[in-house]
Design a protein around this ligand. Sequence first.
Ligand code: HEC
Length: 232
Amino acid sequence: MKKIAVKAARRGADRRSIISALFVILLGAAIFTGCSEVQRDPGRIYMPDMGYSRAYETYATTEEQKAELLSKGIHFSNTPVPGTMKRGELLPFLIEKDKIGDTTDYHASRDVKSPLTSMDTVEAERLYLVNCAICHGPKLDGNGPLYRGGDGPFPAAPAQFVGKAQYENMPEGQMFYSVTYGKNKMGSYASQLSTKQRWMVIAYIKSKQAAGKAAAAPAAGSSTAADSTAKK
Ligand code: HEC
């Protein structure tokens, strides 16, 4: 009798340890599968505006993505409604954005002259330093902290405004076109800067270019300076 009781007790203990071992294995499996499975479906969302950000990334949003957002009724900070303008704002730029692959309007913009007759130069410099210098450089050498000679996080070389003929000779209207609609890797600034502010920034670039040219060629200074001011 005693022997049987001991055997039974042992069998019970064995069973218990097997059950607890199984439990540990199952628990481990549950934890591992729980970890490996990425939860893509968050279930019911109480406030979708908070669940999904409606922030609008200037450089990450294509026209197709914008159209998709708008079709869902999602609005974001963007350029003013076409055909409207802010009180006190300069008249809008009449040249439209080229279709992809076309450059007709980009070339036509060369003839557009700046409507500014005078401006606050300190404010123009501030606008340049805040909006453009991060790529184009505080010295306008195309080497701002975001590019850093190719070591920076921004992959494309920004235009070098000072010391490069292509940009020194670029008409202000064409610069305005690119700042308004964007150029290759550079996004549009039409939603960040008003028409007047965009012309101010360009006037600042042009004034620095004229000063750079005058300093670089003091011998031929009189004629080059006269040429560059005549062009303006
Ligand atoms: C995020 C970086 C970045 C910022 C910020 C930036 N740019 Fe640019 N910009 C570029 C790059 C890159 C190019 C060269 C585009 C190309 O490939 O032609 C460029 C080109 C230009 C050009 C020449 C366009 C042409 O038609 O060839 C002008 C003018 C210009 N930028 C003005 C500005 C002004 C003004 C600002 C500030 C309001 C500004 N950029 C801010 C990156 C930037």
